[in-house]
Design a protein around this ligand. Sequence first.
Ligand SMILES: Nc1ncnc2c1ncn2[C@@H]1O[C@H](COP(=O)(O)OP(=O)(O)O)[C@@H](O)[C@H]1O
Ligand SMILES: [Mg+2]
Length: 603
Amino acid sequence: MTTDYDSLSPDRTTLSRLLGYMLGGDNRARSVLATAARVVAILGLSALPWITGQAMNVMNDPSGTTDELNRWMIAGLVAGVVYLVFSFLADRMFSRLATTALYRLQTKLFSHMQTLSMGFFFKNPVGQLTSRITNDSEVVALFYEQGVGPIIRAILQIFIILIVMLLINIPLTIAALIVIPFLIGSMYVVTRIAAPAFALLQERVGFVSGFQAETLDGHKVIISKKRQAWASQEHEELAGEVYEVGRRAFLASLMQFPLTQTLILIQTVFVLTAGTLMVIEGSTTLGVVMAFTGYATLMASPLGQMSNLVSNALNAIAGGERVFEVIDEQPTVTDASDAVEYEFKGGRIEFTDVDFSYVPGRRVLKDNTFTVEAGESVGICGPTGAGKSTLINLLTRYYDIDSGTILIDGQNIESLTQESLRRQIGVVLQEAYLFTDTVMNNLKYARDGATDEDAITAAMKANAHDFIMELPDGYDTMMTERGANLSQGQRQMITIARAMVADPKIMILDEATSNVDTRTEKLIQDGMRHLMDDKTSFSIAHRLATIRDSDDIMVLNGGEIVEYSPHDELMAAKGFYYALYMSQFKGKAPGGEAAADIDFVST
Ligand SMILES: Nc1ncnc2c1ncn2[C@@H]1O[C@H](COP(=O)(O)OP(=O)(O)O)[C@@H](O)[C@H]1O
Ligand SMILES: [Mg+2]
């Protein structure tokens, strides 16, 4: 897919990159059209004061006729209709541009996050990362929806009105412009106070929601009373800070409205004074003076809005910078200079003597050798820290191994491009990442060019269709912050449906259903079966019931594969797996789901 709306030239500013998503690429023609419609609308608007003034002149003129007056009234009507119709068209087109811009940015962000190493997530606590993505893409969304269009309108209006005024009467134009420097000056001062406060506010909000997300997600960790007290005190301090910063920001922005109103009044007084003198002198007509009071307002009002628009843009730049930080984060592993595309031939995977360590000298995986046949499903279990996630991340080549080889369909992964490899491997993690957007768009982010039908088909397969249809607006229901209006299980079903939209050839579920109740898990698994049917798949789970039906089960302990066989054989062998299984189902009928929530390892 072309991404010429965000070419990676290093000296592009955040603003121009943000705008690129909205106005660049195949949106270019539409943005030119939208701007043209806006120009026509403003021309219609700028004709109105002139027409009103001329009509007044006719009324003032003893020799003026009703015919003449009627002509001006019709002219006024036409100008008004042109203004309304073209404003509507321009608004519609800009809002379409805004929607595609946000869609492009979030798709890019999402697909890029898929390519980032676990190391990146390791450096960025999950809470902070999700809050970054939701809060920052929300301010960027606000900029696209309510910033770009109005800024273009304001700038065009200022210039067009200025030209019209200069064409009609230069001295009156000067009288009207005297206050402009003061208007800009006051705006500048207010923005200087408000904008930094807003930026700080946003950062603080990010902190707080990051903290909330973490303490909530980590609620299992914060169990001791002492930790609980610490968490709530910390939260109170953070929230207090947000209140203080927010107060400053809003106070500054409140000052601004009365200030601009006063200046606009002063401007009208200037125009009327200069105009009256010129009328008495006979160098202009009353109608022109009246027209100029109109122009002065038409000029000042976009200027007055400018400070809000500028602070909206500054906010978006601050948010955009953090979004681009994620987008620009480079994967830790680089492609070989002669890397070739991965060629899918069924998905057979072969690890031979694989050793791996994150930190030199501290081996996390030791001598791992195993083969997964094409289309086979493998369940992986083992204590926390055994190396399950690490093993899977090596397959997608998030890290290079110390020694050994990893072949996929006979091709050494070190000789493949990461992009071609990861495009074929879908990963669903424990934490569901949902954007503040509609269900439909959240599904479509998986693949550039995915259609509504693709999304709905995937949702049906994932067993998510029924509950989505029961949401207030079905597929058009907006997800609130991080999908908080859905249950965890529902969020995860959407994530899984999203993975299906991408239609990967190999699936990896890393504790994807760990936070979901067993009934929902069953529903998800029924859905997954469609997806996994003929695909090679890995499913890491700490509830053994989740992976019992896999073709093979791999038991990892201390970085080594201790067992690798189907469930029945492992049970018969009465080894490590058998012990884990029995400890999970202790006291329950074999195969019972009730006890399946118990972790086999207390962490
Ligand atoms: N990005 C990382 N940097 C350094 N050490 C890591 C990183 N990720 C995991 N580890 C360590 O590697 C070991 C295996 O972790 P992991 O594969 O996540 O285990 P599991 O998924 O089985 O719980 C653990 O000791 C963990 O602390
Ligand atoms: Mg793990």
